[in-house]
Write a protein that binds this ligand. Structure first.
Ligand code: UDP
Length: 474
């Protein structure tokens, strides 16, 4: 395991976006948690410090935990390709998706155990009786038994789930159940995601949140959006160089560097006046980047002239904890290469480097703000931060009515829901309608921002964790 070093963030900053009463409630809860947890450490264990929703949230929740006076640490497990292939298979199966179709066998299970046992070496002496350990997702739940034996209280925080149990998900649960049962408490994003065999009294429902001050979500002027995208080589220059400075999580200034080759298979950046339809996702089959591409290309005529599709994901051309990523990207590249040249010129694939997490976040921020319409055509989604983020930025989002997304968007009020993600014709129609109606876009964007403010900011999330910790140490 490797520690991710995170500096403290003060809770006072919530006063910039929340009414004073709400900030006061947060601070009271934080003081209470700091008092109750004095002398204990809250550990977070996840599979990666960059890329994906879990890493995105831990980067700030860990910092706020420290800012609240609770000793909070974050470590990531290390594994080999086989380990991550097994855990990716579990991830797909829980979502009711057979993925690579391979079975999970006894060898997979012993490899999973071995890799996690190796991860604990050197950490046994650091975890103290009474500490609280949050294990995130299937990649880490196999540590529950050993950590409990050290006297820690173990919570399994599962960020994924499916609306209904089926043969695929039960195969994953059969594998995971002996590990899961070792934990003291469980957190899911929706009640429906908890398997029926878990005791209801130990299940907590805590939906994710975003941080309004991070490089991913902080306010940006139109000029700095254009500056960042131009400098990154994603959009052609419109005027001036723009302001390309941003603030890192630790408060220090950063700058967007000149990038080449973020747009894959292209020589020229997007025209500055293109109206952008955007999906930002990991290159994961369940995000259906390929379906978005085909939905746009096959129904191009529905969209007004000047609309371009931009698909953005992490750079998976090197090593990653997601072995499927490179394959999914390559399928999208092939689909794009096969399009007639005029359509191909309106479809762009963008791979953002994850080497500098803050710079990546700043670029995603700029890209989301630059989009006219954001889509998230996932086939399954535990809860989509890539939905919450553009909603916070007042963008209208068209998203599949699957998993946690139905808790995020109220159809035709704070976004638009696509009932059947396989219906490409309907998908194109819903998105194209929004491009034609600026008034509706503005109404939906304002309602979306309002909804995120009410339900999906960090104060609610931190208070719920505080309540869970209090119940465990009582
Ligand atoms: N993300 C990113 N760069 C990328 C692709 C995704 O920073 O190239 C971020 C995205 O902004 C969001 C997170 O990764 O914060 C994805 O979280 P989500 O809950 O949508 O899906 P997950 O990846 O956890 O399934």
């Amino acid at each position: 395991m490797r520690e991710v070093s995170i500096g403290a963030l003060r809770l006072d900053r919530f006063a910039e976006v929340l009414p004073p009463e709400r900030v006061a409630v947060l601070k009271t809860a934080a003081d209470r948690a700091a008092h109750r947890l004095a002398g204990r450490t809250v550990w977070n264990v996840s599979s990666t410090e960059r890329g994906g929703g879990v890493a995105e949230m831990l980067q700030t929740l860990v910092a706020y935990g420290q800012g609240a006076g609770v000793r909070t640490r974050w470590v990531v497990v290390t594994g080999d390709e086989r380990f991550f292939t097994v855990t990716k298979r579990l991830h797909n199966l829980i979502h009711g998706f057979s993925g690579d179709g391979a079975e999970l066998d006894a060898d997979d299970e012993s490899h999973y155990r071995e890799v996690l046992a190796r991860n604990l070496e050197g950490w046994e002496e650091q975890v103290r009786p009474g500490d609280i350990v949050l294990l995130h997702d299937p990649q880490t739940v196999g540590l529950a038994g050993a950590l409990r034996a050290l006297g820690a209280q173990v919570i399994w925080r599962c960020h994924i789930g499916s609306d209904r149990a089926d043969g695929h998900s039960s195969r994953a649960w059969d594998f995971l159940r002996p590990f899961v049962e070792d934990a003291d408490a469980y957190v899911f994003s929706r009640r429906e995601y908890a398997p029926a065999w878990l005791p209801a009294s130990r299940v907590w429902v805590i939906p994710p949140s975003l941080d309004p001050f991070s490089a991913k979500n902080a306010p940006m002027t139109e000029e700095s959006v254009r500056g960042a995208l131009h400098r990154a080589g994603i959009v052609e220059r419109l005027d001036g160089d723009g302001n390309v400075a941003f603030v890192r999580r630790n408060g220090t200034p950063g700058t967007v560097r000149v990038h080449h080759g973020l747009l894959v298979d292209e020589e020229r950046p997007l025209p500055p006046d293109a109206a952008v339809m955007l999906q930002v996702s990991r290159w994961d089959r369940l995000k259906d980047m390929a379906g978005v591409l085909t939905g746009f290309a096959d129904h191009e005529a529905r969209f007004p002239d000047g609309v371009h599709l931009l698909l953005v994901g992490p750079d998976v051309r090197g090593v990653s904890d997601d072995p499927e990523g490179a394959q999914v990207l390559s399928e999208c590249r092939q689909l794009r290469a096969a399009l007639p040249p005029p359509t191909r010129a309106r479809v762009h694939l963008c791979c953002l480097s994850m080497d500098d997490v803050d710079e990546n976040a700043h670029l995603v921020n700029a890209i989301q703000r630059h989009a006219t319409v954001v889509v998230q055509k996932s086939l399954m989604e535990g809860f989509g931060l890539t939905v919450t983020e553009p909603m916070w930025k007042e963008r209208p989002v068209v998203a599949s009515a699957v998993g946690g997304i139905v808790d995020q968007i109220e159809d035709d009020v704070s976004g638009v829901l696509l009932q059947d993600p396989a219906d490409l014709d309907r998908f194109a129609a819903l998105a194209a309608d929004l491009f034609r109606d600026p008034g509706r876009r503005a109404r939906i964007g304002a309602a979306a921002h309002e909804r995120v403010t009410r339900q999906f900011l960090g104060d609610r999330h931190l208070i719920q964790y505080g309540e869970l910790f209090a119940a465990l140490v009582a």
